[in-house]
Ligand binder design. Sequence first.
Ligand SMILES: Nc1ncnc2c1ncn2[C@@H]1O[C@H](COP(=O)(O)OP(=O)(O)O)[C@@H](O)[C@H]1O
Ligand SMILES: [Mg+2]
Length: 263
Amino acid sequence: MALLEVQKLTKDFGGLRAINALDFTLKEGEIVGLIGPNGSGKTTLFNLITGLLPVTEGHIFFKENRYDLVHLKPHQITALGIARTFQNQRLFNKMTVLENVLVGFHCRTRSGIWGSILRTPATRREQKEVKEKAARLLEIFGTRLIDKRNDPAWTLSYANRRRLEIARALATYPTLLLLDEPAAGMNPQESRELMSDIKKIRDHGITILLIEHDMTIVKGICEHVIALDHGVKIAEGVFEEVRRNEKVIEAYLGRRAGLGKDA
Ligand SMILES: Nc1ncnc2c1ncn2[C@@H]1O[C@H](COP(=O)(O)OP(=O)(O)O)[C@@H](O)[C@H]1O
Ligand SMILES: [Mg+2]
């Protein structure tokens, strides 16, 4: 079943058309790779899906009820079940690892702001439950984050910071998770680990749209790949098909980035 259906989506920044009449569908339970040279519109697409930027034209239908996300605010889209990570990390550095995840849970707790201020028994119970759930989320990454749950986020290694961003996104209980270059800056061992972590997340029933430049990762975990250039979809299909597509090769050859030969 289609979880997300993007129809004729267009985004203009002044005279620049960053997304151009884009159509695609995400099926439930897939890991889909979104590739394309720098500036091709990948992050902009995430900003449109999550409501951070207004859409110029087109529709983004989500779930069976076909909510059109272009009419909704970011917090409503989060509540419907879409979470993301950012290309540039946005953690709360002074907060602990666990607290960063608790921020993500905030939109799903019942007692809300008054409960937190008045510290009712129901709130205390809920806070304990939420802390336990947050700890379980951290355990997705083995012992890497859970052992550091009380350390401030700024003390984490680069790879752990990226993992924590994913854990925080998962705390909103998404149906669809958007990952913006999660492996950027990771070494090969860390990237391999990330691949299995992403698969694990999918196996929990979460659909994943993944922006990634590392073609070993795209080849390794994406069932389906969409290639963008100048905001236009230039190819779509399984990795091997997309990699051999002439428009894709041309788009990458025209820039410095290449589609690694060994991918
Ligand atoms: N907020 C913005 N205002 C103006 N131009 C933008 C904005 N965000 C992105 N762009 C432009 O849109 C194009 C696509 O950018 P982006 O989506 O970041 O590409 P990618 O993530 O594929 O590298 C680029 O030309 C970029 O400069
Ligand atoms: Mg980007």
